[in-house]
Write a protein that binds this ligand. Structure first.
Ligand SMILES: [Zn+2]
Ligand SMILES: [Zn+2]
Length: 60
């Protein structure tokens, strides 16, 4: 039985869960370095903006 306890990261731009194997990117907020920002494949493709939940930094 596979364990389902692993919670998926959520895309910071669109709030959808990032699926394993997706070409998502994860990086830390360039402003405060405190928050891990996730961007799913689609948001990367369309260069959607993200907003840091910690400091409010917005970036492409
Ligand atoms: Zn997204
Ligand atoms: Zn930040």
């Amino acid at each position: 039985m596979p364990q389902r306890s692993v919670s998926l990261p959520v895309c910071t731009s669109c709030n959808r869960p990032v699926m394993p194997g997706e070409k998502a990117s994860k990086f830390h907020c360039p402003s405060c370095q405190q928050v891990a920002v996730w961007r799913c494949e689609k948001c990367r493709k369309f260069s959607r903006r993200y907003k840091c939940v910690n400091c409010g930094f917005e970036g492409p």
